[in-house]
Design a binder for this molecule. Structure first.
Ligand SMILES: Cc1ncc(COP(=O)(O)O)c(C=O)c1O
Length: 389
């Protein structure tokens, strides 16, 4: 199978999760039916909700199962925006950052194009951080016009972590709801929704050893959202449609394992990651590490390879059976400079020359050694090929 070092794109489904997923796929019954078969499936669904709530530190009634991170972000952002505008028509500002995933940027830009939203892009420094003092000043000036703030918990490309609690503490002074995309963070660092002060949060199963196509939106009990999807009124009326109990069950199971193993796994992966980073710097002097080793996801290493195209490096490593990434895999195969790096003030050349290496539960030291053994030849060939002008 080669060496898989792209866990931020997706993770292998865990064997025990697959087993229970298949088991529940065979159960007959619509969870909304009142008969015994339906209620048995309903029970499984509600157990999944309770279990996922524990993994996320929230109340079970705050979990809304969705098809994944993209849907959760869309539903939360559009729902909050419409709700806030309905309450007060002059609230049309959305505060965010250019380092967000497209599952956040695109719904916001859609609201700008079609529904009168104005976007405030917060400046991001080279360590992937916002200026909290600047945000406080901004909020004092425009508080009455702000619909919501949305900032991710950790960045999926660079692995750099935001201080979400600091953002919500500021926003709460002005009564402004905050949404966070925690798809990259969940399972790698502790996520406590109740303590976070967030209004809404997005997570996805396939990033934590669960199946693709299921996720959750957490909506605090105090938060009202206008619904995006209308129909049978399932999931607090926020996500109509027959509930996918087998997928919910599989997600909750994968999340429970990831959260239980997190303290040991975070330590193990950080050690492997540090070993990888040291190896890269020993083997080549064209690699620049992005951000700092602290304040980042334990499984993430992100480099700019000066004079190389990230795409060339990716393909050269792939030829040797090694899967890494240049950035987000979620852009439907569209390659281009990383919008995240550009938002951090980096040049086009830097944004074209990055490689993200992300580790996970099956990653071993042999995998890292395999990557390091393949790297020098790949870097030399990529340097010869040069960068696209
Ligand atoms: C930070 C982040 N948000 C959202 C998504 C989208 O999640 P999903 O693939 O479940 O729709 C991804 C996927 O890569 C992600 O990394």
């Amino acid at each position: 199978m080669g060496i898989y070092l792209d866990y931020a794109a997706t993770t292998p489904i865990r064997d025990e999760v697959l087993e229970s997923y298949v088991h529940y796929l065979k159960e007959l019954g619509n969870p909304s039916s009142v008969h015994t078969s339906g209620q048995a499936v309903r029970k499984a669904l509600e157990e999944a909700r309770e279990s996922l709530a524990q993994s996320l530190g929230c109340h079970r009634s705050e979990i809304i199962f969705t098809s994944g991170g993209t849907e959760s972000n869309n539903t939360a952002i559009k729902g909050l925006y419409w709700q806030r505008k309905e309450e007060d028509a002059k609230r049309n500002l959305i505060i965010t950052a250019g380092t967000e995933h497209h599952a956040v940027i695109d719904p916001i830009e859609w609201l700008e194009k079609h529904d009168g939203a104005e976007i405030i892009w917060l400046p991001i420094d080279e360590f992937g951080q916002i200026d909290l003092v600047g945000l406080a000043t901004l909020l004092t000036q425009i508080q009455e016009r702000v619909a919501l703030i949305t900032l991710m918990w950790a960045n999926n490309e660079t692995g750099l972590i935001f201080d979400i609690k600091a953002v919500t503490s500021l926003a709460s002074r002005f009564g402004i709801p905050v949404h966070s995309d925690a798809v990259a963070a969940f399972g790698h660092i502790p996520i406590g929704f109740a303590d976070s002060g967030l209004a809404t949060l997005a997570v996805s199963a396939h990033k934590v050893g669960g199946p693709i196509g299921v996720g959750a939106m957490v909506v605090s009990r105090q938060t009202k959202l206008v619904s995006l999807i209308h129909g049978g009124g399932q999931e607090r009326g926020l996500r109509s449609g027959t509930m996918n109990a087998p997928a919910a069950k599989a997600f909750a199971h994968a999340a429970e394992i990831a959260v239980r193993e997190l303290p040991d796994e975070a330590k193990r992966l950080a050690e492997l990651r540090d070993y990888l980073v040291q190896g890269v710097h020993r083997l080549t002097d064209v690699a620049r590490f992005t951000g700092t080793i602290e304040n980042r996801l334990p499984n993430n290493a992100h480099f700019i390879f000066e004079g190389c195209s990230g795409d060339s490096l990716l393909f050269l490593l792939d030829q040797q059976g090694i899967s890494v990434s240049t950035g987000s895999a979620c852009q439907a195969g569209v390659n281009g400079p990383s919008h995240v790096l550009i938002a951090m003030g980096r040049s086009q050349a830097d944004a074209n020359g990055c490689i993200r290496v992300t580790l996970g539960n099956k990653t071993t030291r042999e995998d890292i050694d395999g990557f390091l053994a393949a790297l020098p030849a790949a870097v030399n060939a990529a340097l010869k090929a040069g960068v696209q002008k």
